[in-house]
Design a binder for this molecule. Sequence first.
Ligand code: NAD
Ligand code: UD1
Length: 357
Amino acid sequence: MSENFMKNKILVTGGAGYIGSHTCIALHEAGYDIVVYDNLSNSSREAINRVSTLIGETIEFVEGDIRDNELLREVFALHEFFGVIHFAGLKAVGESVVKPLLYYNNNVSGTITLLEVMSEYNVKNLVFSSSATVYGDPDTLPIEESSKRSCANPYGQSKLAVEYILEDLAVSDDSWNLISLRYFNPVGAHASGQIGEDPNDIPNNLMPYVSQVAIGKLEKLSIFGNDYSTIDGTGVRDFIHVTDLAQGHVAALDYLEQQTSSEIYSNTASPIGFLPINLGTGKGTSVLELISTFSDVSGQAIPYQFASRRAGDIASCYASSEKAKNLLGWQAELSIADMCKDTWHWQSMNPNGYTMS
Ligand code: NAD
Ligand code: UD1
């Protein structure tokens, strides 16, 4: 911390959310100065309070929407930002099918508004939260960044649309430096057990569902398909600990700082442009393997039944993590057991998430 003391100032949109809150801690530990901007549509002020307690400093927080041009301009006028980490977005695949306009408006229009304000204030460094969902059903594994992109639901299309916008922006003006981090399956929680994933309703994703079964809030897990051509017939995913993911953002920002330093700029006008990078572990784990590890580390039984495949699901998905390793010097460190242990710690300390009752 001392060596890096008072690095650049970063605007963190969506910083009260699951990945954002963990990243705020990692950024603070790395010496970055942060301002969080979030409309709390899928998060709680309590997450910000807990992050402040964990870092021993009050986080600067603005409650606002990324589609609110005026408020964003006020924030940019007040602070001299080096760049933006842009987490803000809606992420429920099923909801996006029912409310596509909401998803395109929030995720795509919201990002355009943010980029316009960044341009106005000459802040041209961005780290965007993209997703492995942009690869759709991959032709080859592990998935490399150059793989074809396609997705079938409005949520995924909104991520893809933003990636296309960022690519066009980088072509139009080489002073933009735009890193698109494609997350695989983020799970786990901060080791303190103070912050973690807090789904509003019944979880759609596997790990929060498993942990709610473990604590007895849900009766049993339905495993969507046991006839895939995988190790045991169940789906295979690249689960990545949210703490590792948070460190990936620090590495991306550090890279942006290095590449935009004056010495490098003098040699090349566009050191970055649009740069997609996978954040995954490079290892696939099946649904049954994850359940078994969760059960071992928590000491809880996880009752389950096999059900039919979920529409839109693919058999296997895991990252090539070479590009992140080579360019950012980053790789995931934590194991599936760590992911399960920290999820269980968070779940058992906070059975109702951030709602204290
Ligand atoms: P999250 O819902 O916990 O966090 C998103 C945050 O953005 C929330 O705090 C929400 O209140 C805020 N937000 C949403 N719309 C906003 C708006 N218009 N203005 C201001 N704030 C707004 O989700 P997360 O899991 O932390 O995901 C963060 C980002 O990463 C999202 O963009 C998501 O699509 C992407 N992503 C997530 C996953 C995952 O599995 N969690 C995987 C791939 C990509
Ligand atoms: C889902 C989304 C994807 C999004 C990602 C991260 C779909 C179709 N895909 O991906 O767009 O980027 O979350 O937010 O929703 N599973 C069960 N039972 C459950 C829940 C999940 O068996 O109750 C299985 C799934 O079939 C899959 C695996 O667990 O094989 C992982 O599922 P999930 O956690 O939802 O992630 P993804 O399917 O990878």
